[in-house]
Design a protein around this ligand. Sequence first.
Ligand code: NAD
Ligand code: ZN
Ligand code: ZN
Length: 346
Amino acid sequence: MKALQYVEIGQPPQVRDVPTPEPGPGQVRLRVTAAGACHSDSFVMGLDEEQYRANYPLPMTLGHEGAGIVDKLGEGVTEVAIGDSVAVYGPWGCGRCYQCAQGKENYCERAAELGITPPGLGHDGSMAEYMIVDSPRFLVPLGDLDPAENVALTDAGLTPYHAIKGSLPKLVAGSTAVVIGAGGLGHVAVQLLRALTPATVIALDISDAKLELAKEVGAHHAFRSDDSAPEAIRSATGAGTVTAIFDFVGNQATADLGAKLRGVETDQVLVGVGVADVTMGTLGSPYDATVRAPYWGSRPELMDVLALAHSGRVSVETETFSLDDSPEAYHRLHEGTLRGRAVVTP
Ligand code: NAD
Ligand code: ZN
Ligand code: ZN
């Protein structure tokens, strides 16, 4: 079969012929219908050799957003049937620890120790004609949802949903939510905020095209993400601070910008992969302001997100690519010229 693999450190991924995998006991093989390209893949491919080899194998088939048709069952699997259209829950866990017991396999306490990794982020992922899923527990029915249009909900939908859910009690009428970075995750975050809250939603980005997209999908306001943003927000809302900041960039510049927007009880939520210093303390931050750095989302939250898609409240702007053209999807992601999410349809 064909697969898009990261083969050589620092080089673009390549479409290669690899053996079609066979499902072992308890596993499920999917014929992949769609696979989304996430900025985290670019981050991983940007690591130097030492950092990369400490965490990931080479070659590795990319793709941690996946959807497919159940194609072959490993011994003992009875929970799904051949022909089912499913989405893959990506942050696999052990299934037994306290976090996993609540469906929060994204926060599995034992995954690292047991060597359990998400597909495409530690072992072969979804950018291939077929993929192996370790357990039917990681499959959620797609029903009549189109795989290509909805595959990105498994991460670009689930991650902002989980991030926003933690701040929902604060996002009451009269509140303001800021989304920094209106790309794959951010443009879904805008829709989720509109669907779930009465908050005024403000998007910040450095690209005019992304600011335009944010407004098209429901942002009340969209401003340049620079030093002028706090004043623009003050003019738009009448207040210099906001209720919650969802930062889908997560570098020092956006963390500093978010910190300027904090007021009493503001949540600053760093979702973009990175490290930033944020000043906290009774003398260093407004009272009861919080900073969180959530990761992906839980299995029931993925069901919630797919239910929102079923009811038409959330959709993903997608640009589709064939498997042969999939390196171009990452090139466009890297360039920042995609509208929404790049999705590969093998
Ligand atoms: P993307 O490239 O599709 O979107 C990023 C957006 O940020 C683009 O619109 C870009 O123009 C904008 N941007 C860049 N610099 C900016 C700045 N200084 N201010 C405002 N906007 C800026 O990326 P994506 O796939 O949506 O991923 C977003 C981030 O989330 C990445 O860092 C990714 O690794 C991370 N991520 C985290 C999790 C998690 O669980 N925490 C899950 C998935 C992705
Ligand atoms: Zn991702
Ligand atoms: Zn666990």
